[in-house]
Each structure stands twice: as structure tokens, then as C-alpha cells.
Design a protein around this ligand. Structure first.
Ligand code: GLN
Length: 539
């Protein structure tokens, strides 16, 4: 029997209330009290994973060490907890159905009609308990995507109902995250939508134990009493979650509201004194009291939706705090960048990051930006497609290979400086078939990459099909663009940098996926430092 305790987090009233941040904050507090905690997310859509979703649909796709393409909330879990997640931490309706349908085809249910209840709900329950059964975690927080009342959430709520019934007493807690809207005209907070959504949950047989109430204004004692009475929860289990300056304040807010205590009491688990949040607090102090400021441009084609670059933005927050420097990120749409406006859009920046991406839209703008940055010695950081663009720009303008390109954009180019690996060429399916997950890289001593990491052996996460074409390696090297990091097994170039530039580094992998509050990513820390140095030199 699995001994883990289970917290289920549901959402009501509206979407986008921040279940991921509340889950991560609770997990942080429990971890700071000495418990081993993990968080998993169940998403009610039919894609097998979010890898095939456009970032406009669902924000960034977060990749784990084991190569799973997952929801961006897993990024919050890792950034808060500093513990890696895996495929098991993110499950979608598509994956559940795929498993059940594969079993049906194998004949595992021979003779039976396969139905949502019990077959789909059983598979949900099995997956909900996988991490618990691993024996590695005392507390599992399960975030149910979507909003209570949605048609597609129903099997998940039913699975929670059954699990609560099956688990021993005091082993499960349901937290319902809701919105308390404020009516400006009457200057009132309103509890009715919350009452209705708790009732909706109850209609499917699940009684919330804790209410976390998102609000723009403080909730007074009287209102807490009312919410408790009409929603069937204890008064100390009505938790206020007021808007804060940064998501990193939320764990401390939740501590003040005693969310962790309420949960542990329901589990009949000891508090173990006070939580140890020293590192967290010192990070917040550095974040809120910067001594300097830099402005960094983020060149990409999804800039209308900052969620598309979630991990990059958070990495800048971590790296800024590490340098006691406020990092202002200015979004630059790559589609609207050209030779004429590059000066005006880039000249005032202290550093530029060219973002990851797919397809040809905006590519020439990125290349133009990089030419300007390289020639004017502005600090540069290219990630994945951003690194590939730096290679193309160098090939065209320094090696004078005028038609140099990536075969992703132009498969007829005579100079495919970025090309697909032979094993990728055989692949026809799109989902889950890129070069995904953690790969080793060996860094050359004496390079900027080495000065950032301070060691030679690293492991970083990938998500791409195209690679630097090693046929051109000697030409690049002799002209000043060197491979400072190489995959020891395959010889693939993972990091490039310029030798005669103060800071120009491109990486084929995604460093932003490994930056956490406690471990800011060295390449981001080093890049922000380069921007600070540049600013003090030129301004
Ligand atoms: N489109 C490029 C590739 O597949 C880069 C991918 C990325 O930036 N994540 O190689």
C-alpha cells in the first residue's frame, strides 16, 4: 500500500488563477519543513503532450531531463523546489486514452465494453499514484488542469472522488482555488461565485477541505466566516491569496496564511518546527533591492505572449538577483526587424537574447539583429534557434557563404550550415520525435562557456531537430567562431562563441529549463554580468 499523502488542487470560477504557483508554493513550504514533496499536473486536453501545441495556445513547452514535453507549470515546480520532474509529473487526457486504447487493442479487456468509468478513471487513478508508489515522496500534490464544471475535467474529479474514498483516512486533502471578484461600483468583494463553484464540486461528490481565494483586496474575518459556513470548510481553511509583486512572494504569503499548517493538520503530520526559508528569503531580498539595472532585448516571434518565453523570463529574474541587478526585458518582434530599424531597436540595449523557435517566420529579422550585435560588440546570448541564427549570420557575413541557411528554412541551400541529423531524416511523425531531454556536453577550458560554468562536464536539456553542420567546423574555427562545448558521444556542437567579442555565446540546448531560485543558471548569470559590464563601459 502506498503511504504517500495526496493533495489535490482544483480550480473554480475562472481559469488562469495560478494553480501552478499555489501548488508550487505549498510544496515549497512543506519541503522547507523537511518533507519530500513532488507535484504532478493532469491536463484535460486530448493532445498526448503539449509538444505539438503552438506557444500561442498554451505558452512554452517545458522539457524534462527524461525528454518529456510538458506543461509550463512543471517549470514552476522545478524553479520553486529545485528538484527535477519527469514524464510522470505531467499527464494529459490524450495520454490516458492512448494507454487505454492500446490495452484494448492488445486484448487486455477482452469481452468487456471499455468505458470512461471505470477504465479511464482507473487509468487516471493509476497515474495519480505512480509517484507515490515510487517511495520517493511523502507528499504528492496533484494539480487538476482546467476549471471545475468543464466537461473534460469530469473524469479527473471522479477519479479524485474515488481515490479519496479508497485512501486511508487523513491521507488526502482537496484544495479549491477560486476567485473573489471585487465590484468597483459598490466597493465590495463577492463570495457567490466561490459558493457556486464549491457546490459544483460537491455535486460530483468532492468536498473541498481548503479554499484558496484569489483576491485584489484583503478578505476580512466576517467574509472568511461566511465563506467557511457556506462552503463547508473550517474557518482557518479559508486562505487569502492576495495579488503580489512577484510570484516568488507567494510561498511567504501562504506561510502567513498558514496554508502548510492547515494541510499538515489534516494529514495529522507534525509541523517539525518552523520552515527553513533562509535561502528563499535572501533571494527575495536581493531581487527586491537591486543595485543596478540593465535592459536586455528578447528577440522572438511570439513576443505578444510572454508565457511563450516563461522559463527565459524567470531565468533572468534568478540571474538578476544573483547579480543584484534589475533585468528589464524588452520584447522585440523578429518579424518587424530589418536593416533599417536595427540600430534604433537595438542600440540602447545592454544585451540581446535571440530566442528559440521553429519555422521561417521572423528568421531574417533575427539574423539582421545578430549582425548588428556582432559588429557592435553588444553582449549576445542565442538559445537553440537563436544559436542557429548566429551560425547562419556568421556564415553569410564573415565566411561569405551568401546563401548559407538552415535546411529547416531552405532545404535547397548550397551551404546548409545548420542541418538535420541523419537519424532525424527518417522520422515522419511530429509528436515526441525531436532530440529531447538531457545530453552531456564537454566544455573547452579557457572559453567564456567555461568561465560561466567553471567546469568541463555539463548536462543540459534539448528540444530540436537541426544541428550545426560539422562539415563547416574548420572554416568557422579559423575565422573566430569556435565550438566551446561538444557532445562527447556524437561530436555535435552544443555551444559556439566568438573569440574577438566581449560576450557572444550561443547554445543548442535550453539552459532556461534548468534555472531555479536556488541554482540560477550560470549562463544567464554570466550574460547579465556581461550586460552590466557593457553598460558601465558604453553609457
Ligand atoms: N527549429 C530549430 C530546430 O528544430 C530550433 C528549435 C528550438 O529553438 N527549440 O532545430
Amino acid at each position: 500500500m502506498n503511504k504517500s499523502k495526496y493533495v489535490f488542487v482544483t480550480g473554480g470560477v475562472t481559469s488562469s488563477l495560478g494553480k501552478g504557483i499555489i501548488s508550487a508554493s505549498l510544496a515549497k513550504l512543506l519541503q522547507a519543513r523537511g518533507y519530500t514533496v513532488t507535484i504532478q499536473k493532469f491536463d484535460p486536453y486530448i493532445n498526448v503532450d503539449p509538444g505539438t501545441l503552438n506557444p500561442y495556445e498554451h505558452g512554452e513547452c517545458y522539457v524534462t531531463d527524461d525528454g518529456a514535453e510538458t506543461d509550463l507549470d512543471l517549470g514552476h515546480y522545478e524553479r520553486f523546489l529545485n528538484v527535477p520532474t519527469s514524464q510522470a509529473n505531467n499527464v494529459t487526457t490524450g495520454r490516458i486514452y492512448q494507454t487505454v486504447i492500446d490495452k484494448e487493442r492488445r486484448g487486455d479487456y477482452l469481452g468487456k465494453t471499455v468505458q470512461v468509468v471505470p477504465h479511464i478513471t482507473d487509468e487516471i487513478k493509476r497515474r495519480m499514484q505512480l509517484l507515490g508508489e515510487s517511495g520517493k515522496f511523502e507528499i504528492i500534490i496533484t494539480e487538476i488542469g482546467g476549471t471545475v464544471g468543464d466537461i473534460e475535467s469530469l473524469p479527473y474529479i471522479e477519479a479524485v472522488r474515488q481515490l479519496r474514498w479508497e485512501l486511508p483516512a487523513h491521507n488526502s486533502v482537496v484544495i479549491h482555488l477560486t476567485l473573489i471578484p471585487y465590484l468597483k461600483a459598490t466597493k465590495e468583494l463577492k463570495t457567490k461565485p466561490t459558493q457556486h463553484s464549491v457546490k459544483e464540486l460537491l455535486e460530483t461528490g468532492v468536498q473541498a477541505d481548503v479554499l484558496v481565494c484569489r483576491t485584489e483586496h484583503p478578505i476580512n474575518a466576517e467574509m472568511r466566516k461566511k465563506l467557511a459556513l457556506f462552503c463547508n470548510v473550517k474557518q482557518n481553511a479559508v486562505i487569502e491569496s492576495i495579488d503580489v509583486e512577484t510570484i516568488y512572494d507567494v510561498p511567504l504569503k501562504m506561510l502567513k496564511e498558514k496554508l502548510d499548517k492547515v494541510v499538515l493538520e489534516k494529514f495529522k503530520l507534525p509541523l517539525h518546527g518552523e520552515p527553513n526559508l533562509k535561502e528563499w528569503e535572501s533571494f527575495l531580498a536581493r531581487l527586491k533591492n537591486p543595485k543596478q539595472e540593465v535592459t536586455i532585448g528578447l528577440v522572438g516571434k511570439y513576443v505578444e505572449l510572454p508565457d511563450a518565453y516563461k522559463s527565459i523570463i524567470e531565468s533572468f529574474i534568478h540571474a538578476g538577483a544573483a547579480n543584484e541587478c534589475k533585468v528589464k526585458v524588452e520584447y522585440i518582434h523578429s518579424e518587424f526587424l530589418d536593416k533599417e530599424n536595427a540600430v534604433e531597436k537595438i542600440n540602447h540595449l545592454d544585451g540581446v537574447l535571440v530566442a528559440p523557435g521553429f519555422g521561417s517566420r521572423g528568421i531574417e529579422g533575427k539574423i539582421e539583429a545578430i549582425r548588428y550585435i556582432r559588429e557592435n560588440k553588444i553582449p549576445f546570448f542565442g538559445i537553440c534557434l537563436g544559436m542557429q541564427c548566429a551560425v547562419i549570420e556568421f556564415a553569410r557575413n564573415v565566411l561569405k557563404l551568401k546563401d548559407a541557411h538552415s535546411t529547416e528554412m531552405n532545404d535547397k541551400t548550397k551551404n546548409p550550415v545548420i542541418d538535420m541529423m541523419p537519424d532525424q531524416k527518417k522520422i515522419t511523425e511530429k509528436g515526441g520525435t525531436m532530440r529531447l531531454g538531457a545530453y552531456a556536453c564537454e566544455i573547452q577550458k579557457g572559453t567564456k562557456a567555461y568561465s560561466a560554468y567553471g567546469r568541463q562536464k555539463i548536462s543540459e536539456r534539448h528540444r530540436h531537430r537541426f544541428e550545426f553542420n560539422n562539415k563547416y567546423l574548420n572554416d568557422f574555427k579559423s575565422s573566430g567562431m569556435i565550438p566551446s562545448g561538444i557532445n562527447p558521444g556524437t561530436g555535435l556542437v552544443e555551444i559556439i562563441e566568438l573569440t574577438d567579442h566581449p560576450y557572444f555565446v550561443g547554445v543548442q540546448y535550453h539552459p532556461e529549463l534548468k534555472s531555479t531560485v536556488e541554482n540560477p543558471h550560470p549562463l544567464f548569470v554570466r550574460f547579465v554580468k556581461a550586460a552590466m559590464d557593457y553598460k558601465s563601459m558604453v553609457r
